[in-house]
Design a binder for this molecule. Sequence first.
Ligand code: HGY
Ligand code: MN
Ligand code: MN
Length: 410
Amino acid sequence: MATPSINGPRLLASLAELGQVGALEGGGVCRLALTDADKAGRDWTVARMRALGMSVSIDAIGNVVATHAGQQDGPAVMTGSHIDTVRTGGLYDGNYGVLAGLEVVAALRDAGVRTRRPIAVAFFTNEEGARFAPDMMGSLVYQGGLALEAALSTTGIDGKTVGDELRRIGYAGPAPVGANRVDSFIELHIEQGPVLHREGVRIGVVEGVQGISWTEFTVHGVSNHAGTTPMNMRNDAGYVAACVATFARDLTRRLGGNQIATVGAVTLAPNLVNVIPNKAVFTVDLRNTDGEALKAAEAQLWAQAERIASEEGVRCERRMLARFDPVAFDPAVVRRIESIAAGRNLSHRRMPSGAGHDAQMLAPMCPTGMIFVPSIDGLSHNVRERTEPEDLVAGAEVLLQALTDLANRP
Ligand code: HGY
Ligand code: MN
Ligand code: MN
């Protein structure tokens, strides 16, 4: 029996091919969750799974799990990620983890190797959360952390519901959710940050994922004439949004540590040059590796929003779009990934994940870990997202060994 090995050109070709689905002019990809482009990406990936002789299961939230049978039945050693993207997506965020998982199965088939336990490759619905919040929605339902009905009734930024869109694209599957048994889970992903590339390190051994807090603020003011309304008579919703946004940035300076803040979406109404805005809807994404510090940051942000709104004489509402505490991965899986990288003479370092991942939702279900490869200049959620081909292949080789070690262990 031959030793399975990653076919680099085949992996890179599959990434380029999937990158053609929902391709943007000038590079990058837009496959927002449950859009026609996401459906096309799903169809392409399911066809690849079937061509590998894998049995494919689609659950009621549209998660797709393909299984390469083992010598024995039972819970599978699983890998995977997501294939939905943000509006300015790159070729690798999520897609790399799914296609590297399929490359592992192709390598096992080429070598005629059947592992003791089954190996499964999954892609989870709506990992990005850019159209429907929260992010990691499909894997959260898969884990049982979000009720299926709550997920299906979620309304997106365009007013459509998850349930309607899922049915429309034909991915409301028959498999039940929330009662899944997985032996272990390893997700391969690009770092999406600058650390590995800046330090010249090839493999990131991920110890966990930082906490995530997404708040949506809706401010109701009074529209009025920009030229005739004295400054002390204004109820300016846009001004409040601007004050909260600058407060969020100042908060990171004052709290220091790993506190970060992003105001990513802002909508003003009526959004006209000479009308004081009577409505502002905007989001604040706060993250921190320290769960208590994140809670303190949230409390300060929300109190300041209230204060500014009251001074301006406007009404300020808020709702949570996503809220996840920091997650730690399984120390034994982390050690296994570390020793595989060392055994392959790949420079490596332990690190937290700045981005959210489906792995954080599998972590409470089974021993879970992640492998990172460098992102050039740390760019991601940007059409210029890039990783060196040799790093993409090296990461897949570490994944192959980690999955087969877990699948063949006694
Ligand atoms: O927001 C995140 O961290 C992930 O890309 N969904
Ligand atoms: Mn991702
Ligand atoms: Mn992402």
